[in-house]
Design a protein around this ligand. Structure first.
Ligand SMILES: *Cc1c(COP(=O)(O)O)cnc(C)c1O
Length: 360
């Protein structure tokens, strides 16, 4: 059976065409049922007793996370999402409040950095918004930040950032590196990057429940205080169980298989959309991710297009306002982010629908 067929068979039937995995993927029946079963168990034996019984599943989820990021000795914490992880990391930071990141940094991350009083240093990028490896070493050493933050794959663009190379540059200058893998986890190869902390969200490419995320750190990065606060915080154990099952399924399917198929999906999508009149695909066809962003023709409102695609054609895409990457984006975009089960028919429907709803 193909990976696509296996993925589709593991899920409830889709109403419409889902091309928005970068926002929220479809959960499997196994993940949905595991979470529901845990909630039921809470009602039977009590929430705190059920949590003890679920400990092995949650440990398996932490171990799967360690395997996916290749940090066997990392400390893994469940969070409520990616922003929650960054918020905890920065509030815990005891050093100078100067942080380096890319021009295309995710807007809500910039807001969290600002809220914690961080001054921002921009790292050099090329015309695609990709880190300029020829210039980064000098940028880091001329005016060293206290901390480096990299969003390895953005929300506003399918351009994959050279995370390993940046980690090498940070290591040679003794700078700690935090990686936002909200779009990278369970999508790109995240093993052995060499970061001090990596965080992600459950609902995106790993297809777990909403309202959950994961943070892995080098041992001892977070203070005892913060670790205690995380340990005592009220959490949705049922959703942690669902997420643990989802990443277990991801590992069973073979992360390398999924990564290869998602690269193919990205190229397939960009090829199909290349000729839609007036729309511009921003990534190179073979950019190794499954995120495609389209700039609309002049005078076309991408938010209205996204809404019309849902209401008139049952096709889910994502509207990307410039607040997603306020220092890089100059115009809104439409994001198409299918998962491994994408078909040529899905793309044909999208292309026809996009032509139909594009009103200049
Ligand atoms: C979605 C996203 C986030 C925020 O994730 P939450 O789980 O909603 O907090 C952060 N960074 C990037 C790149 C994202 O795509």
């Amino acid at each position: 059976m193909t990976l696509a067929q296996q993925w589709r068979d593991a899920r409830p039937p889709a109403a419409g065409v889902h091309l928005d995995s970068a926002a929220c993927s479809r959960q499997s029946v196994a993940a949905l049922e595991a979470a529901a079963q845990h909630a039921r168990h809470e009602a039977e034996v009590g929430g705190y007793v059920a949590a003890v019984a679920a400990a092995p599943v949650l440990d398996a989820g932490r171990a799967a996370t360690q395997a996916l990021i290749g940090m066997a000795d990392s400390e893994v914490f469940f969070t409520t999402g990616s922003n929650n992880a960054l918020d905890m990391l920065l509030s815990d930071w005891a050093g100078d409040r100067v942080i380096a990141c890319l021009t295309g940094e995710y807007g809500p991350n910039l807001a969290i950095m600002a809220r914690h009083g961080f001054e921002i240093r921009e790292l050099p990028v090329d015309g695609f918004g990709r880190l300029d490896l020829d210039a980064v070493g000098a940028a880091l050493s001329n005016d060293p930040p206290a901390l480096v933050h990299l969003t390895m794959l953005g929300s506003h663009s399918g351009v994959v950032q050279p995370a390993r190379e940046l980690a090498g540059a940070c290591r040679s200058q003794g700078l700690p590196l935090i990686i936002d893998a909200a779009q990278g986890f369970a999508h790109l190869d995240c093993t052995g990057i060499g970061a001090d902390a990596i965080y992600s969200s459950s609902r995106k490419w790993s297809a777990g429940p909403r309202g959950v995320g994961v943070l892995a750190t080098r041992p001892g990065l977070l203070s005892e205080d913060t670790q205690a606060r995380i340990a005592h915080a009220e959490t949705s154990v049922a959703n942690h169980v669902g997420f643990s099952v989802a990443i277990g399924e991801h590992i069973a399917a073979g992360p390398a298989n999924i990564q290869a198929r998602l690269r193919e999906v990205g190229a397939q999508t960009r090829r199909a959309l290349a000729d839609v009149a007036g729309w511009h695909v921003r990534e190179n066809v073979d950019e190794p991710s499954a995120i495609t962003t389209l700039t609309p023709p002049d005078g076309v409102d991408a938010a209205a297009v996204r809404a019309d695609l849902i209401v008139q054609h049952g096709i889910l895409t994502t509207f990307i306002g410039i607040e997603r990457a306020p220092k890089e984006m100059t115009r809104p975009a439409l994001r198409v982010s299918p998962h491994v089960d994408l078909t040529d028919d899905d793309l044909a429907l999208l292309v026809d629908a996009l032509v139909a709803v594009t009103r200049v």
